[in-house]
Design a protein. Sequence first.
Length: 564
Amino acid sequence: MNAVELAQALWLLLAALGLALSVSYAGLPVLGQGAFVAVGGVGTALLGPGGAGLPLGVAVLLAVVAGGVLGQLVALAASRLDGASLGLATWALAWLVYRALLAFPEVFGGAQGLVRTAPAHLVAPLLGTDLVLTPVVHVVLSGLLCLTAIAVLIRLGRGPGGSDLLALRQGPEVAAGLGIPVAARRRAVLTATASVGALSGAGTVVLLGLVAPADVSPLLSLQLFVAVLIGGAATWWGPVVGVALLTALPLALDVFPVDTERLSGLLTAGLLIAVLLIRRALRQAPHPSPGRTAAITLPPVARESIWRPSLLNAENVCVRFGSVRALEDVGIVLRGGQVHALIGPNGSGKTTLLRVLAGDLVPGSGVVTVGGRPLVEQGGPAARVRVGVVRTPQRTSVLRTTAMRQVAIGRRGGSRPRYAVLRHLLATPNAARAERSSEHVVHAALDCTDLLAAAEVDATTLTVAEQRRVQIARAVATGAEVLLLDEPAAGMSATERAHFADVVRRLAGNGLAVLLVEHDMRLVSDVADRVTVLAEGHVIATGSPVEVQADPEVRRAYLGTALA
């Protein structure tokens, strides 16, 4: 392999490392990286020397910005797409860009592409330099950029941004419920991926002096995707191995009398199938369950310094689905330091009211206030978390990572300081202080829910009761002052429910306002200070557990069974 081939492989690796941010770290199946590479390469050729005549550095910068803008537009257009739908949409983009290059030969040179002088010169009059970009210079430059990209991925995965990406990859619904702006994070990731891809394309065209549609065809997008898949989730070495294979296989086949260029598609498809089969086998292989540990070295934190009393008030809330009246003039008051239970028969409107309070559903009328401030209905759960209201999901939903890491994700959703990821990447003093503060909050949330002994255990190996407490600890770590628990004790034994009751009372004792949606009246009697009963979308009783159980209308609504 000569210097030109090595430099070309390194520029390709840079595109793969950029794609790894979306595919491996954020779990977004982007199949259009070749389109962004094309934008960078064609943009540099059109704008730079031999084209529009702009200085080479300016042309490369503008081409990279154009790639980032295209990535942002793709993210906006595909903001509601997941999985295969996103993959197909980005694959269509790769084809669209490829066909556009062929459709306008007077601009893009047709099948022959655009040819520019190589080696190019990087002229900097202010510095008095005229650097000839020889293949050796390209090897050094592209190698340094690849090492920088690897360092960024490694550090990103270990910091607050890594927590966001883990949540995006494994549970976007969980992330949204904890206050992480999923759509904004996806836009940022896709924009970064597209920008790096465009930089790769710009570097390649400066190296070779040529960019042709065949070089940036949809096959390139597929090859980069396969290269990233080799490493699995959140790995930087997958692209390195993948690009090495994609570069070495054609060279190895040169000894045989075959057209390796025509075999590129077949080789890529075979490699894709092999990677998918291997990853499937690895997923199905049994994994040892990690042992528990109580070795937490963080100092204890006074809980009162983290959570403050609050109040949520909902008045005259009405929700209708067509002709069905789900809620009619419903009101409820949640006070800091109290557990307020919400009960009622199936179909009474409990879940609907919970969705309204959590920001999942906009009521037809009525007002919800926190601390006396009316809440804006737009923005969904993430907006609710910002003002101090968080909901745990009814279905048990934990991510494939440690309990501590999951609680850290909750902390990220609740705090979200500006430029936290950038400060972490630059290792600023403020970043170190913020991370220590977050560790204290995570420690306190684990302590408050009796999960310190399981802090370093994979949450998917915990019992159902422990997983439910992980969900609560995640919510508590957001710093929200109003905690909405949707049937959190479902599936627990009597002993586990008693333990859970202690945890809930402890949370209220720390000043939280807790709303508990529950069917088990024994649990409600044990933990609730106040109870609101819904039936057919109306509030039929509010009071202490004893008062509610004695109410004749409540007994009739439950047919005399739930309160027996």
